[in-house]
Design a protein. Structure first.
Length: 468
């Protein structure tokens, strides 16, 4: 049995060996053909490899060139009061402008494309009881820790903004303001130019606000014979100064009687005492000057107390379209100043409509603030253009180019005066503009002043008659 299996295995082995030798013989016969085919494939792969290496080298060169062209971000520090409407919407507008600029390639700094980067901080300067020192601290953090190249939008309150002029001066960091309104800023620039030249303001200031309010009062006197006014203002620098200037430059010169004046601290929520005094003294016009959220209560009390006087001034919560429903649709007849067009669409200034619609499309809701959003948006473009003209982000070089600004924007024509304040007037082709709107049923804001952009005439609310 073993012999048999042994012979069988031997036979199988011989057969297998025969097959192997046959395979080797046949493969050696086909070798020249396969070698030629293999050589051809190697040659093809070598060519492809050479092509890929060349493409890779080209891509490396392109990447290196791109890295040279795209520089480090330009840091925009935004210190504002994010708990307040103007602060929230102002920052949103800065971000909108930055996004547009970055999506278009960024800022061309001497041939190098650099994106803007926003670093915001809630400096809380508009909140009651927050000391100026806290706002200064926020500015220093942005400059020293976050390495901000520029401060945009800036401090909310004038007291804080003026104090921070020393901070940006020390570090030679240009600062563009968009909320604070005291004319003391311009005075400092004019009197100590070399020290304070780094500060600019794009929004309306208190002097220009007086001109718009004064023009409105002149119109009320001409149309209706009104000449008695009661002033109610917030107890902060810009509002106090505005009230003072209205008395000195408008009412005294026009022969109006100021029947009384009452100031309210930031955070106040009961205005009935002032309204009662206005009614008791026979005031035909109540001039409110407020930018705090609680000031909307003044309008509710005015309506419920049936004070027979026209409310015509500035109440921050009364500026936007939401006010109609917020105040139970009972604000028709009230006049409110929109500090800068663009915050309200002005058909006679197409760029204001474009900006307003762009904001609503991006954020899914309309602008509500009457002060700051349009300047916040425009100042980013103003800065971009100044940097590109300077070919540098050096503070002194950019300041020199900011002074040359001449731009058609959402607010009209934008140029700075020698105090670094944007010039406001009544012709949007020559100057930036604010306007007065009047609330009308069913919730429309109609521009009634200046006449160059007016959509209608002032109408008196129910219960108030013309003195003529």
């Amino acid at each position: 049995m073993r012999k048999y299996y042994g012979k069988s295995f031997f036979k199988v082995g011989v057969i297998l060996m025969a097959f192997v030798f046959a395979g080797v013989f046949l493969s050696s016969c086909a070798k020249p053909e396969k070698d030629a085919e293999l050589a051809k494939k190697v040659e093809e792969l070598s060519k492809k490899n050479a092509e890929l290496l060349k493409e890779n080298a080209e891509l490396k060169e392109q990447l290196a060139a791109l890295k040279k062209k795209v520089g480090e971000p330009i840091i925009l520090g935004v210190p504002t009061s994010l708990g307040f409407l103007e602060g929230k919407e102002g920052l949103a507008c800065v971000n909108m402008a930055v996004e547009e600029i970055n999506n278009s390639g960024g800022v061309d700094v001497a041939g190098v494309k650099r994106p803007f980067k926003v670093i915001a901080i809630d400096s809380r300067g508009a909140e009651p009881g927050v000391p100026v020192a806290e706002v200064i601290k926020a500015h220093k953090k942005l400059i020293l820790e976050d390495k901000a190249n520029f401060i945009v939008f800036g401090s909310f309150r004038s007291e804080c903004a003026i104090a921070c002029m020393d901070v940006v001066s020390q570090h030679k960091v240009p600062m563009i303001l968009g909320t604070a309104m005291s004319p003391a800023m311009e005075k400092k620039v004019k009197t100590e130019y070399d020290k304070y030249k780094y500060t600019f303001r794009v929004c309306l200031n208190a002097v220009y606000l007086v001109k718009y309010l004064g023009g409105t009062m002149a119109y009320l006197n001409k149309q209706f014979g009104f000449n008695k006014v009661f002033i109610m203002n917030q107890d902060v620098a810009w509002a106090r100064k505005t009230g003072d200037l209205m008395i000195k430059l408008v009412f005294d010169k026009m022969g109006w009687e100021v029947t009384g004046r009452q100031a309210y601290p930031t955070g106040a929520s009961d205005f009935s005492s002032g309204l009662m005094k206005a009614k008791a003294t026979g005031a035909q016009v109540i001039l409110p000057i407020f930018d705090m959220p609680q000031s909307g209560i003044l309008v509710k009390q005015w309506k419920s107390m049936k004070v027979p006087a026209l409310v015509a001034g500035f109440i921050s919560p009364l500026a936007g379209p939401a006010a109609w429903n917020s105040f139970d649709q009972k604000i028709d007849g009230a006049l409110n100043c929109i500090f800068e067009i663009g915050n309200v669409p002005c058909p006679k200034v197409p760029k204001s409509v474009e900006f307003y619609n762009k904001y609503q499309e991006k954020y899914g809701k309309p602008l509500e603030a009457g002060h700051s959003p349009a300047p916040a948006y425009e100042m980013v473009y103003i800065l971009k253009e100044a940097i590109e003209r300077a070919g540098s982000i050096d503070g002194d070089m950019v300041v020199a180019e900011l002074e040359k600004t001449d731009r058609m924007g959402a607010m009209g024509r934008i140029r700075f005066n020698d105090g670094h304040q944007v010039i406001y007037g009544e012709d949007p082709n020559e100057m930036a503009m604010g306007c007065m709107i009047q609330w009308r049923a069913p919730g429309e804001r109609v521009i009634v002043y200046p006449e160059s952009v007016a959509e209608g005439k002032i109408q008196l609310p129910e219960g108030l008659k013309s003195a003529k």
